[in-house]
Write a protein that binds this ligand. Structure first.
Ligand SMILES: C[S@@+](CC[C@H](N)C(=O)[O-])C[C@H]1O[C@@H](n2cnc3c(N)ncnc32)[C@H](O)[C@@H]1O
Length: 362
């Protein structure tokens, strides 16, 4: 604390009252975020979506869970206006309108899956506080279930949508993938997105590369089990791996802002593309590089939190740039130009309000 300064004295009573109310909502909603994550992980939302009004015992039995925990969880959700309660019969109902945004059937609209990343970030809070005090970052290896949660979210969000809502609008790209091209996904995580492509385009050859062992092992296991022969995964740093070929299409999904050296990776991606025909698809956060333009962004607090607790920190842990989740479209365009991309077309899709899709050519 600065010794020469004294704390300011509040003078606007209305402002104080309004802010106290805001803080109460923040605390209640943060607590509900944890309950929603548990509802997703235990599949309670999916189970309740199929049930008429039921007691906590009936819900617990259907879900195969402990009634005492389920009842306490229901208490939070009733008071949080997510579940409806009928005191006479002590029954609970998850309205279909709410279930639509909380269940696996809704894929990318399932906000409970997104909420399940909150406790993953919070699990490293002590280490992040240490970084505030001493600098540095928190490495990927500290983030426990991160890859499982990330894989689930990105598969629901990108998965089928990549083909159904994006590539189908690009007939030339569809034709090339159908006929057979070489595709590289950098920072592929657990590889679900790439496997979806490999299944749908058997004549094309797919390579996924990721720095971390855990997601790559899981990707390799699933690829082997599915019998796909047109896909390979490698655990490596993209900057160090020596490729023996050039690629027609390179993709990154939610990766560039996480990297230690995004400038070098973008330049390497450019160099790995086939001359004249190679295309790079970068999916990254739809926000501005300027804080003042993000104040009304519906997910801005979530994005800056993601950055502080994960994306910026994993980069800084490697002695990297710490670009941050909200590096923004202005900075992205600047860095893509510096990396040698001559043309960049930015597209947005209704199914994915969180991201921009940058179609880049050499
Ligand atoms: C936010 S995750 C996205 C994963 C995946 N694309 C998805 O959408 O599920 C970023 C990924 O980039 C990987 N990564 C970070 N630095 C890398 C590097 N230098 N080389 C390869 N992968 C890297 C991380 O291990 C992590 O899996």
């Amino acid at each position: 604390m600065c010794n020469s300064c004294l704390p300011r004295i509040p003078s606007d009573a209305h402002k104080m009252e309004a802010f106290a109310g805001q803080m109460m909502s923040v605390i209640n909603n943060a607590a509900l975020g944890n309950m929603i994550s548990i509802g997703h992980r235990t599949r309670l939302f999916d189970v309740m979506d199929t049930m008429e009004p039921a007691t906590s015992a009936e819900i617990a039995t259907c879900a195969g869970l402990s009634e005492r925990y389920v009842r306490e969880w229901l208490g939070a959700l009733v008071c949080g206006k997510i579940v409806e309660y009928e005191p006479e019969g002590k029954t609970y109902l998850l309205p279909a309108e709410n279930a639509f945004f909380l269940t696996r059937k809704s894929k990318e609209k399932n906000m409970a899956a997104i909420a399940s990343i909150l406790p993953v970030w919070s699990s490293v809070e002590d280490k992040i506080v240490d970084c505030f005090e001493n600098g540095g970052g928190v490495p990927y290896s500290e983030y426990g279930r991160f890859y499982q949660v990330m894989g689930e979210i990105s598969n629901a969000n990108v998965g089928n949508n990549l083909i159904d809502n994006i590539l189908t609008q690009k007939p030339k790209q569809m034709e090339a993938l159908t006929n057979g091209i070489d595709v590289l996904d950098v920072g592929c995580g657990d590889g679900k997105i790439l496997m979806e492509l490999a299944k749908n385009f058997p004549n094309s050859r797919f390579v996924g590369i990721d720095l971390c062992p855990e997601p790559i092992q899981s990707a390799q296991t699933r690829a082997t089990m599915s019998g796909l022969e047109n896909i390979n995964f490698f655990e490596a740093d993209i900057l160090e791996y020596q490729f023996d070929k050039h690629f027609d299409l390179i993709t990154t999904f939610d990766v560039i802002h996480d990297l230690a050296f995004p400038d070098k990776v973008l330049a390497k991606i450019n160099a790995l593309l086939k001359a004249n025909t190679g295309q790079y698809l970068m999916m990254d956060i739809n926000a501005s590089s300027n804080l003042e333009n993000n104040e009304e962004h519906p997910l801005a607090p979530f994005l800056y939190t993601a950055s502080t607790l994960h994306c910026m920190s994993v980069s800084l842990a490697q002695g990297g740039m710490g670009l941050g989740t909200v590096w923004g479209v202005e900075k992205a365009k600047e860095m893509l130009a510096e990396a040698g991309f001559s043309s960049v077309a930015i597209e947005n899709y209704q199914h994915d309000m969180m991201n921009n899709y940058y179609f880049c050519t050499k």
